[in-house]
Design a binder for this molecule. Structure first.
Ligand SMILES: Cc1cc2nc3c(=O)[nH]c(=O)nc-3n(C[C@H](O)[C@H](O)[C@H](O)COP(=O)(O)OP(=O)(O)OC[C@H]3O[C@@H](n4cnc5c(N)ncnc54)[C@H](O)[C@@H]3O)c2cc1C
Length: 500
């Protein structure tokens, strides 16, 4: 296909994939520009030494933090984006997440749309990703227009026993919604290398298998890998984007442009796109591009029974939301607890180096592993910037940490009461931007947000941003399904209103 596309989408992850899915049937000539390559299906996909200790799939890119220290961020640049290694947990945000909510650490702002507006697109996204779940089991679940596409994932015997023990404490654990394809005809073999690993069998509902591969069956859609977009260029009036410029100097031209490069990279692309009429970067009249960066406060919690090895596989099937909307004692929201993929010794090596290898192996052989997640609140000084040479600076100011500490304390008590006398915890580092969001937020007021409620840039006639950048708040459940739902909504709107 020659250059001069109707639509140029930057990024082939959740947002870019859903947008392409929505527009492909229109016949529009679509280019998807992806900086990464296909992630090969190979033996080491499931090797914790390769994936964690040697970090073979992690990008070699270096960013700087707010104090000028260089680090190698937990970024994975592949067709399918971060979903190639994601845990496949597919939560809808709660109805309350769309409303202003007071947290221990401050205010979580209202979204410009309510849950009901997004509900049909959540349902569509669940079908696209093939989500398993049980409607009505999660006490904080928002209303649904129908059941999950697939029944809930089966718990292994140990997880089923833990669920019973949590119920005995008066809690309401429930099967976690997941896009792992563990159903008749699905390729899942219920292994332990799912969360944080690529799937060798393609059995994880990720953006490559569920979105990009199907849209490429349309002749009007082209995927260009190795196409790292550095900046966008606009016409002299500064109203229309005319090209996406890649690292190798190519200018890919089009009528409509969609940024879906992830919340850090999309902000960086806009900030690098300085123009005579947009000195602070494109779509940035509000001065908020790159600001309000959020990334959940997350802690790994290992619950250990010293005299019982955990020989079960496939444990990421249970979650607890009893502390999501409040602490259970009349206090503010704390967050979500969910099982993690099984922690193995090589995964601990770079985290607790001081602990001898035999001790790490002993812990990992006995642990059931949890993930505690609390809301991070938007702060204008928590931000993405770019240096003069274009390198990314990620200055994350964490918020709401007291709530997160209380959540981890609750988890500790809950797990001890469930029969695990040793409970260890380790916060995820600042170098792991897994749930990055908020840097190009949507809103009603152009003075306060770069995007309108459909994720179109207020300042430009032909630019949308549909990755997790648009979140005005981070909520405290996993983000991918919400990115998908809003990208489908934006895509439907673009298809209905024309591509120009
Ligand atoms: C280890 C891990 C586990 C996770 N587990 C879960 C989970 O269980 N559930 C959940 O909901 N979320 C999970 N997430 C988060 C989830 O993957 C992201 O929220 C989601 O992928 C965000 O979608 P996106 O479209 O914003 O970005 P992405 O899906 O990451 O897509 C961005 C795309 O843009 C490409 N790109 C970046 N820069 C450029 C550029 N300059 N030019 C061209 N292309 C570019 C990237 O390579 C990528 O393909 C996890 C993330 C990680 C890292």
């Amino acid at each position: 296909m020659p250059d001069g596309f109707d639509v140029v989408i930057v990024g082939s992850g959740v947002g870019g994939g859903c947008l392409a899915h929505a527009l492909a049937p229109t016949g529009a000539r679509i280019a998807i520009l992806e900086r990464g390559s296909r992630l090969p299906r190979e033996e080491r996909n499931w090797d914790p030494e390769a994936v964690y200790a040697d970090a073979v799939y992690k990008s070699d890119e270096r960013w700087f933090d707010g104090s000028g220290r260089s680090f190698r961020p937990g970024q994975f640049y592949y067709v399918g984006g971060h979903t190639k290694v994601f845990g496949a947990t597919m939560f809808r945000f709660r109805r309350e997440d769309f409303c202003a909510t007071e947290h221990a650490g401050g205010l979580s702002p209202a979204w410009p749309i309510d849950y009901e507006t997004l509900e049909p697109y959540y349902a569509q996204a669940e079908r696209l990703f093939g989500v398993h779940g049980e409607a009505g089991a999660d006490p904080t679940e928002p209303p649904r227009s129908g059941p999950y596409p697939h029944p809930p994932l089966r718990h292994n015997p140990l997880v089923a026993e833990i669920a019973e023990r949590l119920r005995a404490q008066g809690l309401r654990p429930f099967p976690m919604p997941s896009s792992v394809q563990d159903h008749d005809g699905g390729a899942c073999v219920r292994c332990n290398t799912c969360d944080g690993f690529p799937c060798r069998l393609g059995a994880k509902g990720d953006a490559e298998t569920r979105l990009i591969d199907p849209v490429l069956r349309h002749e009007n859609v082209e995927l260009r890998t190795g196409a790292q977009v550095v900046r966008l260029s606009a016409d002299a009036a500064g109203r229309r984007i005319v090209a996406a410029e890649t690292l190798d100097g190519t200018a890919v031209q089009g009528d409509l442009f969609v940024l879906a490069a992830g919340a850090v990279n999309s902000a960086a692309i806009l900030l690098r796109s300085v123009h005579a009429k947009h000195r602070d970067g494109l779509a940035n009249a509000s001065g908020t591009v790159g600001r309000h960066y959020m990334n959940h406060n997350c802690t790994a919690v290992m619950a250990i029974r010293p005299f019982r090895a955990n020989r079960e596989t496939f444990q990421k099937t249970l979650a607890v939301n009893d502390f999501y909307l409040g602490d259970g004692e009349g206090g503010p929201p704390l967050g979500n607890l969910q099982l993690l993929g099984k922690i193995m010794e090589p995964m601990l090596r770079n985290e607790i180096r001081a602990v001898p290898r035999w001790a790490r192996a002993w812990l990992a052989a006995r642990s059931v592993d949890w993930y505690a997640m609390s809301e991070d609140l938007p702060h204008p000084e928590s931000r993405v910037r770019v240096r003069d040479d274009g390198t990314i600076v990620l200055d994350w100011r964490r918020t709401n940490l007291a709530a997160h500490k209380t959540l981890v304390d609750k988890a500790r008590r809950m797990l001890r009461a469930a029969g695990f006398p040793i409970v260890l915890s380790k916060a995820f580092s600042k170098e792991t931007p897994s749930h990055q969001c908020g840097t190009v937020r949507f809103g009603h007021d152009p003075a306060d947000a770069p995007l309108d409620p459909f994720c179109k840039a207020f300042d430009l006639d032909n630019l949308y941003v549909v990755d997790a950048s648009f979140f005005p708040s981070s909520a405290a459940v996993n983000p991918a399904l919400t990115v998908a739902a809003q990208a489908l909504r934006a895509g439907e709107r673009i298809a209905a209103t024309g591509l120009h």
